[in-house]
Design a protein around this ligand. Structure first.
Ligand code: ADP
Ligand code: ZN
Length: 432
């Protein structure tokens, strides 16, 4: 069940020593980039003196804007001739952030992905259909290389073209897939409408779901729809991509691969470390990257530490599922709300279908919040009072979860917009 037993189950003291050794090398490597060299000079930081987490915390965090300011080569620590690939964040506007990889970087990243996949049971004889987009987005190639390292047969089908996805799932009897959770919900509708039954016609056993926040309720729904296990997979292009933190077979939080990353979870306002159980922003430092070492990257992703040993025997600490990004949070009537809170309520209702959209508007200086929800087709044939009761129930459940009372609009399946990539769950028209 372990890909690298020694590292995965290393005792904490040894793991901390390994981190410290790798941190020293990373900071020295970072000093070769023009960005960190300038920063160290300005703040009189001596890179050779940084070897513990405490030392590291003297270095100011690196933000996405910093990475952008270094475009194109400000964060490159090796000669360009050693670089074999670049990835770039899917960020929507402006200058992209670019991460360079040497062959050794690709190898160590693939190894982390292989470790994650092997840990949930992916083996040589599996058939792995990778439904993530290939290209600059890291979910495609990142998982691909990791799965190939195990020796799995990989189908690089990429995102979209749902009919073709289903055709491959059925005809190759795909056993493993990597899929965005919101897309998994949508795809299951089409599987049904093609007259297929997941438990009889498909052979999925392991689904890796990630790239966007999703609730435990969404995971359970996906597991039920596909009659397969679904494991949470976390990563971001600035830290390679998939393979930063991953659930093990126990599905009780994500192990952070601490031999490759140092994770801090901090209060986003004060940057003070959060104790276990307290939600905070994840700050990550690479420990095994040559071309683009990054120190204390502010991910904007929110999670909390889980302070208990995992029954799987891995010693790498676990975190909760990611609750969202600091900038996903919206304020409505003075209340802070994360879309995942609504996700949780909706996915817990069997009548709710596969898609929903939260719309915020401002009318006559007053904010309004609408939640449009696709419901199962059979319900539309049913009686109106029943629909009205459902609407009221969902509204009450959202109120008890978030303390606000949005307008609830039930719509037919297939009416709300969809994307091939990460779902857009909130449309905030208040600033427009
Ligand atoms: P972008 O920042 O442009 O979306 P990435 O492709 O690097 O580019 O996406 C990484 C981000 O996706 C993470 O910072 C996080 O917000 C989100 N993400 C990735 N995996 C998960 C996951 N398992 N749960 C929640 N959010 C995730
Ligand atoms: Zn575990």
């Amino acid at each position: 069940m372990y890909w690298e037993k020694e590292i995965e189950t290393m005792d904490r003291e040894q793991l901390t020593q390994l981190q410290s050794k790798r941190l020293q090398a990373t900071v020295l490597q970072a000093a070769k980039t023009s960005y960190y060299k300038k920063l160290f000079d300005k703040l009189h930081i001596q890179p050779e003196k940084i070897s513990t987490l405490k030392d590291l915390q003297n270095i100011p965090p690196t933000t996405k804007e910093d990475l952008r300011s270094g475009f194109p080569y400000g964060f490159l620590a090796t000669p360009l001739e050693q670089v074999v690939r670049l990835h770039s964040s899917s960020g929507t506007t402006g200058v992209p952030t670019v991460i360079y990889h040497t062959a050794a970087d690709i190898d160590s990243w693939s190894n982390l992905v292989a470790r994650s996949l092997y840990g949930v049971g992916v083996r040589k004889n599996d058939i792995f259909q990778n439904m993530m987009s290939y290209g600059l987005f890291t979910g495609g190639l990142g998982m691909h290389y990791g799965a190939e390292k195990i020796g799995t047969l990989v189908i690089p089908i990429a995102a979209g073209n749902s009919k073709r996805q289903i055709w491959f799932l059925k005809n190759f009897q795909t056993t493993v897939t990597h899929i965005i959770p919101s897309y998994a919900l949508l795809l299951s509708n089409l599987i049904k409408s093609e007259g297929l039954d997941s438990s009889q016609d498909l052979n999925l056993k392991i689904m890796l779901i990630g790239a966007e926040p999703h609730s435990e309720e969404t995971r359970q729904r996906i597991e039920e729809l596909y009659q397969s296990k679904a494991f949470n997979s976390y990563g971001l292009s600035e830290m390679n991509g998939p393979g930063v933190a991953f659930e093990c077979a126990y599905q009780n939080g994500l192990h952070v691969w601490e031999d490759a990353y140092i994770l801090e979870i901090v209060n986003p306002k004060t940057l003070e470390p959060c104790p276990a159980g307290e939600l905070g922003e994840m700050i990550l430092t690479t420990l095994s990257r040559q071309a683009t070492p990054i120190l204390r990257y502010r991910t904007k992703d929110l999670a909390y530490w889980i302070d208990e040993p995992c029954p799987c025997g891995r010693t790498h600490y676990r975190i909760s599922r990611i609750q969202g990004r600091t900038d996903d949070m919206f304020i409505y009537h003075g209340v802070n709300i994360f879309p995942i809170q609504i996700d949780k309520v909706l996915m817990n209702n069997p009548e709710v279908g596969s898609n929903y959209l939260i719309i915020l508007e401002r009318k006559d200086l007053r904010d309004t919040m609408k939640v449009e929800i696709e419901i199962k087709p059979e319900l539309f044939i049913g009686d109106l009072p029943k629909l009205e009761r459902l609407r009221e129930r969902i509204q009450a459940e959202i109120r008890s979860e978030t303390l606000v009372t949005p307008e609830i609009i039930l719509v037919e399946p297939g009416t709300l917009p969809t994307t091939e990539g990460k779902a857009v769950r909130v449309v905030d028209k208040r600033q427009l």
